[in-house]
Design a protein around this ligand. Structure first.
Ligand code: NBG
Length: 797
């Protein structure tokens, strides 16, 4: 497409879709016009891919996830469609700022963190690989809350990304599915009729997801909840306006908010309803599509693979069995077999509080037929395995992890260590019964968004050096290795990093009014705020460093900028205190004339996908410091490494694999292993002993306790200091000394600029394996048993 064509297309949409003339068009109008122009180019290919999937009778993958953290879509679409040049030229011609347009798009924040972002990367990789796939999620009216700081405290505001028209979706009123809750069951022999007492409708909204070079397109289908019976006119006419609108408001509540946590169970009825709503609508839709093509339901596992992303859609098992058995009349055991062969389950965490359970009372009331079927599934599993104590339903609760496991043919962990821990801890007994079920699929990230798009300077250097094949064959980045021995090339590599750091410094100055020196170490920890991720350990180290600088301000310290980003769950008081402490520290330290040359603390609010795209390319050091055994994988760690940051980290999650790939000598390792953590935890008084043994740690804790960062309220952080001193479940104190040591190794290493650049470049060269293309290929082979379509130029056909 030429830039003149692009310009025409933009103008056409500006006038005829948005009804604006150029003289009055605002950034929003231009952005929408551009989005529609780009979308038009996508649609034909998307249709063609869909037609082919049908014509070739291909097996499809269905990715069921309560979260898709897709972020902004415009730039992604432009880059994958390779329209960048045409768009840039057209915009220039029209006198419209590219940056302004890109920044104007709201982030679709339909996820909490890693789990949701992984789902988004997977969608992109599936499209890039030509794998016929569909993502199913909920179209939350309010995505993850917006974070603001007020006197350093986190304040949550509703996220209203849908306030403006959303350019990428197509509403599908014809795809409306009835969803029931509650009511009663009438059994007829082994089968039953379920008569729900409450009904609502799931209506589809489709977003095309286009792969690299536009060679395949898939659909992200998000469900919106709607009332079965809208507005009550009789009530309205009686003057009862609020009651008239009630059914609509009640139904809408279901797709209104994303639960702002990925690790603790809310235990809310609404959450369970959301889960069933999402799953039931998706399963219906999958069966409708299947039955339009085939008439034998026994073929389902051959033609459809349903992946459940964590336990949130784990009710898929019983729901599929219910339809196959009760509604289609397939024998119960056979129905279970078909469901199992179709479904597989990904576990994303071992944190006990995150393994969902529902009380039998609630489940029985809301989903009475499913409750019966869960008991029959348990019964069958007992007979199959000769066990009696591994029921999904026990102790008055339904355990969704167990249900997910029993109803899946494959269960996967998300990094090698995590998968091994699944086998030896939470799923130990089930694993012994089904040793072939658990497989590992180490997470990945899409190199299109997380290198090509977010880091144009580095990706241009890469492409100039090895060509652009790496974009969809990221292992090709290995070809950069010889360049890491070439001083001239390393200078270019460093120049790209430095320019990214200058950009970030400018942005920090502009938005936060903090001046930072781009020649400092940019040390970044961005992720949800959680005790197990140990942002507070980073804070303690920051305090200790600050105090040492103060003791001896002229000692030639290595300057650092400590950058934090992340949201705390609104009810998670401890995490919110960590946020507050970070801000309080920043206030004191950034204005300390003795130290501010050497140390700055920066905490931009509202960390999201777009902010990640801004921060990651500018990082020197990536903080991956979770208590070993707690972070299932991490995916931020991969993005940093791919963008040439060095990692300081524990042997946890995918850090283990990152370290192996980049080489142990190129990784700042510290801390106890998962095993050591378990042993140490059992020793009473471990925290006290660690503090007694490390005067720096003792002093840092004392500094917080004394109110140095909160003089107006000296006891403000007693929750943190008391917990660390007496309990310290996450081993902050026990790992502190080694963390400090590793940080000083970082300082020493940073002093040798050329060597640092070499190692940074090796990170980029050796982490192509973490492409989500590789992960998806793994699922295709080990879990889904599916093949991709040949990649061709769909537009040319
Ligand atoms: C998260 C883990 C991360 C992991 C992502 C994606 C949940 C429940 N788990 O370590 O904490 O990278 O999932 O697998 O959100």
């Amino acid at each position: 497409m030429t830039s003149a064509d692009m310009k025409d297309a933009i103008l056409h949409h500006l006038v005829y879709t948005l009804g604006k003339d150029t003289a009055h068009a605002k950034t929003y109008d231009w952005r929408m016009a551009l989005s529609y122009a780009v979308r038009d180019k996508i649609v034909d290919r998307w249709f063609e891919a869909t037609r082919r999937a049908y014509a070739e009778k291909r097996k499809r993958v269905y990715y069921l996830s309560l979260e898709f953290l897709i972020g902004r879509l415009l730039k992604d679409a432009i880059i994958n469609m390779r329209l960048d040049e045409a768009v840039l030229d057209a915009l220039k011609d029209l006198g419209v700022e590219w940056e302004e347009i890109i920044e104007d798009e709201p982030d679709a924040a339909l996820g909490n963190g890693g789990l949701g972002r992984l789902a988004a990367c997977f969608m992109e990789s599936q499209a890039t690989l030509g794998l016929p796939a569909m993502g199913y999620g909920i179209r939350y009216e309010n995505g993850l809350f917006r974070q603001r700081f007020e006197d350093g405290r986190q304040v949550e505001e509703p996220e209203d990304w849908l306030n403006q028209a959303h350019a990428w979706e197509f509403v599908r009123p014809e795809v409306s599915i009835d969803i029931g809750f509650g009511g009663h069951v009438q059994e007829i022999g082994s089968r039953a009729n379920w008569y729900p007492s409450e009904m609502l409708i799931a209506m589809a909204h489709d977003t095309p997801v286009i792969g690299w070079k536009g060679r395949w397109g898939n659909t992200l289908r998000l469900w919106e909840a709607r009332p079965m019976h809208g507005f009550d006119l009789a009530r309205f006419n009686r003057g009862d306006y609020a009651a008239a609108a009630e059914p609509e408001a009640m139904a809408r509540t279901l797709s209104r908010v994303l639960y702002p946590d990925d690790h603790t169970e809310q235990g809310k009825e609404l959450r369970l309803k959301q889960e069933f709503f999402h799953t039931a609508a998706s399963i219906r839709d999958i069966l409708r599509r299947f039955e339009s093509e085939y008439d034998d339901l026994r073929l389902l596992p051959k033609k459809a693979a349903i992946q459940i992303n964590d336990t949130h859609p784990a009710i898929a098992g019983p729901e599929l069995v219910r339809i196959l058995h009760d509604e289609r009349g397939i024998d119960f055991e056979e129905a279970v077999g078909i469901a199992r062969n179709t479904i597989s389950y990904t576990n994303h965490t071992l944190l006990p509080e995150a393994l969902e359970t529902w009380s039998e009372g609630r489940m029985g009331r809301l989903l009475p037929r499913h409750m019966q079927l869960i008991d029959r599934i348990d019964d069958l599993h007992r007979r199959e395995t000769g066990t009696h104590d591994l029921n999904a339903h026990h102790d008055g609760k339904v355990h969704m992890g167990t249900l997910g496991f029993i109803m899946a043919h494959k269960v996967n962990g998300v990094a090698a260590l995590h998968t091994e821990l699944m086998k030896s801890t939470v799923f130990k007994d089930l694993h012994e019964l089904h040793p072939e079920k658990i497989v590992n699929e180490t997470n990945g990230v899409t190199p299109r968004r997380w290198l090509l798009s977010c880091n144009p300077r580095l990706s241009t250097l890469i492409t100039d050096s090895i060509g652009d094949n790496w974009v969809d064959h990221a292992e090709d980045l290995k070809k950069l290795e010889p360049f890491t021995e070439d001083a001239g090339w390393l200078e270019k590599f460093s120049a790209a990093k430095r320019a990214n750091k200058v950009d970030l410094s400018d942005w920090i100055a502009e938005t936060l009014e903090i001046s930072v020196d781009p020649d400092s170490i940019f040390d970044i920890q961005v992720k949800r705020i959680h005790e197990y991720k140990r942002q507070h350990m980073n804070l303690l180290e920051t305090i200790a460093y600050w105090l040492e600088i103060r003791d001896n301000p002229n000692a030639g310290w290595t300057p650092r900028v400590k950058i934090f980003g992340g949201k705390a769950f609104p009810n998670y008081t401890y995490a919110k205190e960590m946020v507050h402490l970070t801000n309080d520290m920043a206030k004191v330290m950034n204005s300390d004339p003795l130290t501010s040359r050497y140390l700055k603390v920066v905490f931009p609010p509202n960390y999201n996908v777009s902010l990640a795209e801004r921060l990651i390319p500018a990082a020197d050091l990536s903080e991956q410091i979770s208590t070993a055994g707690k972070e299932a994988s991490g995916t931020g760690n991969m993005k940093f490494s791919l963008n040439g940051a060095l990692t300081i980290g524990t042997l946890d999650g995918a850090n283990v694999e990152i370290r192996e790939l980049v080489g142990p000598e190129n990784f700042f390792l510290f801390g106890m292993t998962a095993e050591e953590v378990m042993t140490r935890r059992a020793e009473p008084g471990h925290a006290g002993r660690a503090i007694a043994a490390d005067p720096r740690l003792a002093r840092a804790l004392e500094t917080i306790r004394s109110g140095r960062f909160s003089p107006e309220e000296p006891g403000r952080y007693h929750m943190i200091t008391d917990n660390l001193t007496h309990h310290d479940y996450f081993m902050v104190c026990s790992d502190f000394s080694d963390y400090w040591r590793a940080q000083r190794d970082v300082d020493a290493a940073f002093a040798d600029k050329a060597e640092w650049a070499r190692v940074a470049a090796l990170n980029t060269a050796r982490t192509g394996w973490f492409s989500s293309d590789r992960t998806i290929r793994g699922y295709m082979k080990d879990v889904w048993d599916v093949e991709a379509a040949p990649l061709v130029d769909l537009a040319a056909e």
